[in-house]
Design a binder for this molecule. Structure first.
Ligand code: XBP
Ligand code: MG
Length: 253
């Protein structure tokens, strides 16, 4: 058995953070700073083509030409919005507004019991990962991860493979000793670009993305009483009510 570690994306994968989390926090930050922008659910879905909030705002300005405050350089404005949004999002996490998706806590526990290491590879800010995990699973959960690689730690965000390459290097593991978990095409491209097998759990925003090269596409990881819907199974091996470590060891090990 060669499976040594599971590497998780955060937004969309550990929790459904985008539509009612990050989007809402950005809109509140725009309002509190007097910036006349608003991201509808549909518009935000379009903007998700670009990963990373700062990069997304720049893309929005360049492609949608919204009204810009006359008195502030764009880079400064984006930096200020990002700081305000991150504070607002932190409050949302600390008030328990954003639960983990089905099967996430279970798979963490099963992996630890099987001696399989855990890591995070995400484009979001490190504090968002910490508060999401600790508000759902307690402070000690942060010790469960060998590395939490997040945000601006790499130069190029997903779909670049850099964040996954960094995690592999820090864990001293080869790509075929790990499985990545993602929810989006950009995440899938990033993981497969680093040579990793990848399992997708889709969200309402990503359901129709192509996920070329993914090892398995599900609607969720699943839990007892919450069976998964199988979306794509190129290996033809998945015949389970939920994704388990036992299945991963048999088919990705
Ligand atoms: C997630 C993102 C992030 C979040 C917002 O991509 O693109 O930008 O939307 O987080 P992935 P920040 O799930 O592929 O990592 O506001 O902290 O950038
Ligand atoms: Mg994601």
């Amino acid at each position: 058995m060669s499976l040594k570690a599971l590497i998780f994306d955060v937004d969309g994968t550990l929790a459904d953070t985008e539509m009612n989390g990050h989007r809402v926090a950005y809109n509140r930050a725009f309002e509190s700073l007097g910036v006349d922008w608003n991201w509808s659910k549909q518009r935000y879905g379009e903007l998700l083509a670009v990963t990373g909030g700062k990069e997304r705002m720049k893309f929005f300005v360049e492609n949608y030409h919204p009204e810009l405050p006359a008195d502030r350089p764009l880079q400064e404005l984006i930096a200020e919005i990002y700081i305000t949004k991150t504070e607002i999002f932190k409050e949302m996490l600390l008030t328990g507004l954003i639960p983990l998706r089905s099967g996430v806590a279970r798979i963490f526990t099963e992996a630890r019991e099987a001696g399989i290491r855990l890591a995070i590879a995400t484009t979001t800010a490190p504090s968002n990962v910490q508060y999401l995990l600790s508000s759902n699973l307690g402070e000690d959960v942060l010790d469960w991860f060998d590395i939490i690689a997040a945000g601006d730690i790499v130069e190029n965000k997903k779909p670049s493979p850099e964040i996954y390459q960094l995690v592999l290097e820090k864990m001293a593991l080869k790509a075929d000793q790990c499985v990545a978990f993602e929810d989006s095409e950009n995440g899938c491209l990033s993981a497969t670009g680093a040579g990793l097998p990848v399992i997708i759990t889709v969200t309402s925003y990503t359901r129709n993305e192509p996920f070329i090269g993914a090892g398995l596409v599900l609607d969720q990881l699943g839990d007892p009483g919450q069976p998964v819907e199988l979306i794509e199974d190129p290996q033809g091996t998945f015949n389970e009510p939920m994704l388990t470590i036992d299945y991963l060891l048999r088919n990705f090990g």
